[in-house]
Design a protein around this ligand. Structure first.
Ligand code: ATP
Length: 238
């Protein structure tokens, strides 16, 4: 069953059309990636789903319900975690406080559930566990990205949307982050991953969509797209 369904979504900034008539489906348990170059409209798509910017047209359905006009807070409560580009952790709060902030606003979260999520994050991100009392802003770039993902997971979301988690990170750290995404998916989470790093994203994705200047031009399995000559030429440096 489709968990997230985007139908005919368009987003404009004044006269600039950032996204045109996009159709995207994310099925339960899938890792779906949306790849494209600078300014292709990737961030705008996620902002449109979270209703952080107005839609020029189209609808977004989550668990079969039309969420197009719900407030961003309600959308979070329905089970969508949005990990924005640039990480946006709280730099002056400790790692632990950042994690706690992720579970706030989840009305049904019990103490036991909170503890369980915390333990899961400690297992998955041992480096964060070692740095619980350290200020978020003092972490390395890779650690801040891990914290942003861990904070999103503290919500126990059904869908986690990640905006370019590889941005500005060294290749070895990017690999570590992508391995973590695979593990998160194995735990049964559904993931929508926005990436400029097409080869890495497609190599872990079940399916992918290619966005070019606001239009979805291709879609297919991660494997198919990874071997598509047009993609290799445009995004994989071949
Ligand atoms: P990047 O990877 O560079 O972040 P992106 O694929 O995420 O790119 P968007 O950030 O969604 O792309 O931008 C899509 C288009 O919309 C671009 O042409 C961009 O310049 C434009 N745009 C984005 N935000 C605004 C804004 N606040 N005001 C005006 N135009 C904007």
């Amino acid at each position: 069953m489709s968990l997230l369904k985007i139908e005919d979504l368009s987003i404009n900034y004044g006269y600039i059309s950032a996204l045109r008539n996009a159709d995207i489906v994310v099925n339960e348990g899938e890792l779906v990636t949306l790849i494209g170059g600078n300014g292709a409209g990737k961030t705008s798509t996620l902002m449109g789903i979270s209703n952080l910017i107005p839609k020029a047209g189209g609808n977004v359905f989550f668990k079969g319900q039309d969420i197009s006009r719900l407030s961003p807070e309600k959308i979070v409560k329905m089970g969508i975690a949005h990990v924005p580009e640039g990480r946006k952790i709280f730099p002056d709060m400790t790692v632990y406080e950042n994690l706690v902030s992720g579970s706030m606003g989840q009305p049904k979260q019990t103490k036991e559930k909170f503890q369980e999520l915390l333990e899961m994050n400690y297992l998955m991100f041992p480096r964060l566990k070692e740095r619980l009392t350290q200020a978020g802003g003092s972490l390395s770039g890779g650690e801040q990205q891990m914290l942003a993902i861990a904070r999103g997971l503290m919500m126990d979301p059904d869908l986690i949307m990640l905006d370019e988690p590889s941005l500005g990170l060294a290749p070895i750290i990017v690999e570590e982050i992508f391995e973590l995404l695979v593990r998160i998916r194995q735990k049964g989470k559904t993931i929508l991953l926005i990436e400029q790093n097409a080869s890495m994203a497609l190599s872990i994705a079940d399916r992918g969509y290619v966005l070019e200047t606001g239009t979805i031009t291709l879609e297919g399995s991660g494997e198919e797209l990874l071997h598509n000559p047009a993609i290799i030429k445009a995004y994989l440096g071949g």
